[in-house]
Design a protein around this ligand. Structure first.
Ligand code: KIV
Ligand code: ZN
Length: 510
């Protein structure tokens, strides 16, 4: 029988540590529901000691999901473990994920501790967590740069204390595949009780090697991979789920493993995560990039038309592309909409359906075919982000060859109605200036990008902005059939996310 590969998804924890990405509880829940449909085995839902928001999100996800294992990250301190357990305990299968750094560099300079003390902390922490659950993962942060024999000692002690999964992260994306293979083999050969735990790997992409390292680790015996959708995460990101899943699927001769991933949900999940986080997927990104299945050269096009196998190693349908996600139109009723939203993973209340239906009808008047992406966008903007500080009520712009571009804006600030008008270099600049004056913000616009949400000339424009305020960076996103309105929505969304970050203590992880 083939071995099974466990997919541990950390989009909601390490992924959320991507610069600018921040999600509220409703958004995290939406992603978690989608990850369950996709078939991931474990969802790392957050780091409860990091903030109340993280705790709340982990609890909500733990209570909602029906079959997926939910992990909460924690340091070795007992108070942190208590918070992690409190948040995750209602999951069908809760997991406590304890981590501490084991490299001398981190022990000496970051933790100001000693190898002996850290070893003691690990044993105590795992034993303490064991009082809550048998399902305990231990991660040796910066494991790939730790002394090998010390690492083996740490793993042996953690397993002895009760850890059932042992994770060896390449925290700073430093190793190359050969080194990782060798390290994993060494650890397996020199940790006497290693067969009592699942060996897991967690790679970062600083040298662009996260997927290669993860695959090398699987070859070397790892049976859990820690990944994120679209590879989002700290700095250059984490190993991307879709790349590993499709490598396993496509290269069964090399990786004779099974997994629970429904590959046809890969692209819809990628789009959802991109939409909610505001982090765009680069067009040439493997598997989920807009160009991943596009053939530009004439010779290639000719070959694919004659036989797709000439230039396609995977079928677009296998990753959920090519199927028409067209669902509803102008004449569709509320029940059809509600049923489809349910199928997509949204269990909305009567009032929420009412809001979505109204926005759906407005869009359907402008756009013939309403696709899943349009609906996701409507729900993200209209339902998931309701507790925001700023709310755009009205926008009117004048621009053209003979007038100075000017915008009039009505903006609610914590429910208080404000309005103003200002000029700008163009209509978008005028809208941003006016919103910035009303919101009394000096946030700097670092990036502005626009694309079409779906195909067709009547597609909604999707705008993402990157805003900086002091040391904080937030991404904002907006969609509308009018690109100036989409831009204003994205700007307001970015300001709201900055407000959210201001209230949130700085992440504890580096
Ligand atoms: O990169 C890392 O080492 C981590 C650990 C907390 C698992 O994210
Ligand atoms: Zn990490």
């Amino acid at each position: 029988m083939k071995d099974r590969l466990i997919f541990f998804d950390t989009t909601l924890r390490d992924g959320e540590q991507s610069p600018g990405a921040s999600m509220n509880t409703a958004e995290k829940l939406r992603i978690a529901v989608q990850l369950e449909k996709l078939g991931v085995d474990v969802i790392e839902a957050g780091f409860p000691a990091a903030s109340e928001g993280d705790s709340e999100a982990v609890s909500a996800i733990a209570a909602k999901l029906k079959k997926t294992e939910i992990a909460a990250l924690t340091r070795t301190a007992k108070e942190d473990i208590d918070l992690a357990w409190e948040a995750v305990k209602h999951a069908v299968k809760p997991r406590i994920h304890i981590f501490v750094a084991t490299s001398d560099l981190h022990i000496t300079h970051k933790l100001l501790s000693t190898r002996e003390q850290i070893l003691q902390d690990i044993i105590e922490a795992v034993k303490y967590a064991k009082g809550f659950t048998d399902n305990i993962e231990f991660s040796a942060e910066d494991g790939s740069r730790s002394d090998r024999d010390y690492l083996c000692k740490v793993f042996e002690a953690a397993i002895e204390a009760g850890a059932t999964t042992i994770n060896l992260p390449d925290t700073v994306g430093y190793v190359v595949p050969e080194e990782y293979t060798e390290l994993l083999k060494y650890v397996q050969a020199h940790t006497p009780n290693i067969d009592k735990a699942v060996l897991s790997v967690h790679c970062h992409n600083d040298l662009g090697l996260a997927t290669s390292n993860t695959l090398a680790a699987i070859k070397a015996g790892a049976r859990q991979v820690e990944v994120t959708i679209n590879g989002i995460g700290e700095r250059a990101g984490n190993t991307s789920l879709e790349e590993v899943a499709m490598a396993i699927h496509t290269k069964q001769n090399i990786f004779p493993l099974t997994s629970n991933i429904n590959t046809e949900l890969i692209c819809p999940t990628s789009k959802l995560v991109s939409m909610i986080t505001g982090i765009l997927v680069q067009p040439n990104k493997a598997i989920v990039g807009a160009n991943a299945f596009a053939h530009e050269a004439g010779i290639h096009q000719d070959g694919v038309l004659k036989n797709p196998l000439t230039y396609e190693i995977m079928k677009p349908e296998t990753v959920g592309l090519g199927g028409n996600s067209l669902v509803l139109g102008k004449h569709s009723g509320k029940h059809a909409l509600q049923a489809h939203l349910k199928e997509m993973g949204y269990d909305l209340s009567r009032e929420e359906i009412q809001i979505v239906f109204k926005k759906f009808k407005t869009l359907a008047d402008k756009k013939k075919n309403i696709e899943d992406e349009d609906l996701e966008s409507i729900v993200t903007e209209g339902i998931l982000r309701t507790s925001d500080v700023f709310c755009l009520d009205y926008l009117h712009v004048t621009s053209g060859t003979t007038v100075f571009p000017m915008a009039s804006v009505k903006l609610q600030i914590n429910g208080r109605k404000t309005q103003d008008s200002h000029y700008g270099n163009g209509p978008i600049d005028a809208a941003f200036n006016t919103i910035a004056k009303l919101a009394d913000t000096d946030a700097e616009l670092l990036r502005f990008s626009i694309s079409a949400l779906t195909g067709g000339t009547d597609a909604q424009g999707e705008v993402t902005v990157r805003l900086k305020d002091g040391g904080l960076i937030a991404l904002g996103r907006g969609a509308d059939s009018d690109i100036i309105v989409a831009s204003a929505k994205a700007y307001v969304d970015g300001l709201n996310r900055l407000e959210y970050l201001k209230k949130r203590p700085k992440q504890l992880l580096s």
